[in-house]
Design a binder for this molecule. Structure first.
Ligand code: NDP
Length: 246
């Protein structure tokens, strides 16, 4: 197996932690960003107990300057970024007729503009080296829409347009670009949803349960694999059958 350098945004979160563990477990050198130093150091120490070393860089993915600096720091520490997982994301739910401007801009900045900010500083190097894997963590709700999530669904749908355009531009340079659309995963983001609403969500999932972060991480390792070089411009649905079709 070739050991690669991977940068996972939002790697300290629920799904991000599983992605970091999975990629490190495959023998890759992994880095992620943080904003709160104390929290990040405690998280890093937990992974260290399992023999996983993760490089940490401080920064906010909504800032182009932070993003470019973070990539530079990762590359100085570990070498050129070869696998990029755009995973950082937030929700600020509310029906659109009551939505405040900052609910809209915070969600678009964090879920979508961040993808520009972080991918832009790595793409030229990947093209030159003729190898790269770029994976966006979108959402089932970017495909089917969701009540109270016009902002989030717009951002997550935007990731698909980005993915298929970038896939076309970079296919001949050995860079694949794909999206994963998770369904509802048992992380803090979903556990924060009121229990009765969650019960309704689960009732709508054919497998009858929420997904696990590890099930999303498995999709990332599949798309990052050396053997996945002919998979580009794809969306991988991992949602327990919650949303099927095209
Ligand atoms: P978490 O809230 O557990 O983790 C989000 C991560 O993103 C955290 O590490 C957080 O860092 C980081 N982050 C948020 N904003 C920024 C920012 N501005 N700059 C840098 N880092 C930031 O979420 P999940 O693990 O549940 O979600 C991960 C991804 O999966 C998201 O994109 C989400 O939209 C998507 N998703 C999740 C689903 C679910 O059911 N959980 C379903 C479908 C998609 P910090 O700790 O500093 O806030």
């Amino acid at each position: 197996m070739t050991s690669r350098v991977a940068f996972v945004t939002g790697g300290t979160g629920g799904i991000g932690t599983a992605i970091v563990r999975e990629l490190a477990g495959m023998g890759h050198k992994v880095a992620t960003n943080y904003r709160n130093e104390e929290k990040a150091k405690a998280w890093q120490a937990e992974l260290k107990k399992d023999g996983i070393d993760v490089a940490l860089v401080k920064g906010d993915v909504t800032s182009p300057e932070d993003s470019a600096r973070m990539i530079k720091e990762v590359e100085d520490k570990l070498g050129p970024v070869e696998i990029l997982v755009n995973n950082a994301g937030i929700t600020r739910d509310g029906t659109f007729h009551r939505m405040k401007t900052d609910q809209w801009t915070d969600v678009i900045d964090t879920n979508l503009n961040s993808v520009f900010n972080v991918t832009r500083p790595v793409i030229e190097g990947m093209r030159e080296r003729k190898w790269g894997r770029i994976i966006q963590i979108s959402s089932v709700n970017g495909l089917k829409g969701q009540y109270g999530q016009a902002n989030y669904a717009a951002a997550k749908a935007g990731m698909h347009g980005f993915t298929i355009s970038l896939a076309r531009e970079n296919a001949r340079n050995g860079v694949t670009v794909n999206t994963i659309s998770p369904g509802y995963i048992a992380t803090d983001m979903v556990m924060a949803v009121p229990e009765e609403v969650r019960a309704k969500i689960v009732a709508d999932i054919p497998t009858g349960r929420l997904g696990t972060p590890e099930e999303i991480a498995h999709g990332v390792s599949f798309l990052a694999d050396e053997r996945s070089g002919w998979i580009t411009g794809s969306n991988l649905d991992i949602n327990g059958g919650h949303h099927m079709g095209w």
